[in-house]
Ligand binder design. Structure first.
Ligand SMILES: Nc1ncnc2c1ncn2[C@@H]1O[C@H](COP(=O)(O)OP(=O)(O)O)[C@@H](O)[C@H]1O
Ligand SMILES: [Mg+2]
Length: 338
């Protein structure tokens, strides 16, 4: 599928602007203010963020609902102009070269915009024609993409008959019709069951291994951990941390987390006792959640021994590796998924 990228670039006259070293996307002080409308005041959805990514990376925006992820993605997709700041992509300026950029990227929006009345194959054909591709090229690519999305046997069914996971795969297939160098995925698996998510992840891995640069948003920390080489954590329109999943965990939390649940009658007293254990030689920090306590420790079993030695008897005690969810909680005091 990568075959004619070079000729595409040559046609657009941008080959010379594609150094293998410089960033593929670079945003500086990127800002989006949604203007006041109706009774609602103007809203700063993206508040002066900086990020850059290199060709071949899988880059993520992780954050809760309302963090500004979709507003950012719509600017990168060149469908929503930045209010201020600069956004350079593929050697061009998103503010002025939107159509040339759009020809070379693929976009999977947060909400599927498939034509439900058309068949699976027709959706690919119609979309391909938007890019001015020849009928023969679109047919050939559609066949390959149906295979890639594992939708060959659904090709002649109408989209309205597909499951959510199949629709998402079709939207991804559709976004690849112009053989993009960069693929944007806004919450690719939100609302899908675990099985459907895993199928999608596997397809995205395959794209990544073929050299397609991925930018995705998610509020699922496991998705970010699985798919992203590097990510930024967003909250309230700002970037609060940046790095690889591993480096973010290493920088902001301990190696392990002990999750404790207590009976209602014991909870208040137990919370006081556990809070008093940190910071200490074993327990570094404690977060109090509505239903449980999180004890951050490099060794969760040692932490549990300390808790038991303090005379506490939790209903359940679970030791797990620290995750990006813990990083988010540590940085913002809130959970990613409410
Ligand atoms: N078109 C719009 N007009 C006005 N406000 C918007 C619009 N799109 C998003 N917002 C607001 O901007 C903020 C960020 O939204 P969004 O970018 O969709 O975040 P996320 O994708 O992280 O959930 C939210 O408060 C949302 O209500
Ligand atoms: Mg969104």
């Amino acid at each position: 599928m990568q075959g004619d990228t070079a000729s595409q670039a040559a046609t657009l006259g941008v080959a010379g602007e594609r150094p293998s070293t410089g960033p593929l996307v670079e945003a500086r002080k990127l800002t989006k203010v949604h203007p006041a409308r109706g009774g609602a005041a103007a809203l700063v959805a993206v508040d002066g963020i900086d990020f850059r990514l290199e060709r071949g990376e899988a880059f993520g925006f992780l954050g809760p609902n309302g963090a500004g992820k979709s507003s950012t993605m719509r600017m990168i997709a060149c469908v929503s102009p930045p209010t201020s700041g600069t956004l350079r992509m593929l050697g061009m300026d998103a503010a002025t070269d939107g159509s040339a950029i759009r020809a070379r990227i693929g976009v999977v929006p947060q909400d599927d915009s498939l034509d439900a009345a058309l068949t699976v194959r027709e959706n690919l054909l119609v979309y391909g024609r938007y890019f001015g591709l020849s009928r023969a090229t679109v047919r050939e690519r559609s066949d390959k993409l149906l295979d890639f999305a594992r939708l060959e046997d659904k090709a002649d069914q109408r989209v309205e008959t597909l499951s959510g996971g199949m629709r998402r795969r079709l939207t991804i297939a559709r976004s690849l019709i112009n053989d993009p160098e960069l693929l944007l995925l806004d919450e690719p698996t939100t609302g899908l069951d675990p099985q459907a998510r895993h199928v999608l992840w596997e397809r995205l891995f395959q794209l990544k291994s073929q050299g397609v640069t991925l930018i995705l948003t998610t509020h699922y920390m496991d998705e970010a951990e699985q798919l992203c080489d590097r990510l930024v954590i967003m909250d309230g329109g700002r970037i609060v941390a940046e790095g690889s999943p591993r480096s973010l965990i290493d920088a902001h939390v301990t190696r392990e987390v002990l999750e404790l649940r207590f009976a209602d009658a014991d909870r208040e007293k137990a919370t006081d006792v556990v809070l008093a254990l940190a910071p200490g030689p074993v327990c570094q920090r404690v977060d109090v959640l509505p239903d449980r306590l999180l004890v951050y420790a490099d060794d969760g079993d040692d932490a549990l021994a300390v808790v038991n030695a303090a005379g506490l008897e939790p209903l359940t005690a679970l030791v797990r590796r620290a995750s990006l969810e813990d990083v988010f909680l540590t940085l913002t005091g809130r959970s990613l998924v409410e």
